[in-house]
Design a protein around this ligand. Structure first.
Ligand SMILES: [Zn+2]
Length: 228
């Protein structure tokens, strides 16, 4: 790895080369040149204004050449860079209350909010799987939570702290539960057959070639009894 002095020397050499090239090409026009171009040549004046803008943006009021990064600067940059790509910054998990997928860094363990979960008890929302038609219809005990989720999102946390049921909570008749193996990996036709509703939509193509929604989605109840 280069030492601080080597980097400083290389930086000075680069700066010297830049200034030499700038002098040779006369990149930055002088005030007199700009004034003259403003009067006579609008195109050249525009170009001069652009060059001055670029030069100001590159150099600004900063000292040139800038001092090279110190070892502590490099250490800080590398530390921040590696912290930004740690697994917990992008691994996602589900919120137990609303079921939405969120980055793990935005979730709180559910165990910290056990006392607030009683608000999520709801009747007629959940249903235990029945294997025969004679099995009784039963509901899950306890608060309505997503199976296998052990965290809580910020939004649900804030609403529960106010002793209210979150808007997107599964307890608001959004609970689906575990999908039984018999209903997993269905084909498109099978999905249509078991759907409780079928939906329709109306899309038109406009002159520009794009499509836009013309009407709201319309839901019809599926005539399952007629089909069978
Ligand atoms: Zn949530």
């Amino acid at each position: 790895m280069d030492t601080f002095n080597t980097r400083q020397k290389r930086c000075k050499e680069n700066a010297k080369a830049y200034l030499k090239r700038k002098e040779k090409l006369k990149i930055t026009p002088s005030d007199a040149q700009v004034r003259s171009a403003n009067k006579s040549n609008a195109k050249q004046a525009k170009r001069f204004r652009y060059l001055r803008k670029v030069d100001t943006r590159c150099l600004g009021d900063a000292e040139f050449p800038p001092t090279p990064a110190t070892d502590s600067d490099i250490h800080r940059i590398l530390t921040n860079s590696s912290a930004a790509v740690q697994p917990d910054r992008f691994i996602e998990s589900g919120c137990a209350v609303c079921g939405r997928l969120m980055p793990l860094s935005d979730l709180t363990p559910l165990t910290e909010y056990k006392g607030l979960l009683d608000k999520l008890r709801a009747e007629g929302v959940t249903r235990l799987e029945r294997f025969t038609s004679s099995d009784p219809i039963c509901e899950h005990d306890g608060p309505v939570l997503a199976d296998g989720c052990t965290h809580l999102c910020i939004e649900c946390e804030a609403t529960l702290a106010k002793n209210r049921v979150p808007r997107h909570a599964l307890a608001n008749h959004g609970w689906l539960g575990q999908v039984p193996p018999a209903l997993k990996n269905l084909t498109y036709a099978e999905c249509i057959m078991i759907a409780r509703v079928r939906h329709n939509r109306c899309v038109i193509r406009v002159n520009s070639g794009r499509v836009r929604m013309h009407a709201n989605a319309i839901m019809f109840s599926q005539p399952a009894l007629t089909v069978y």
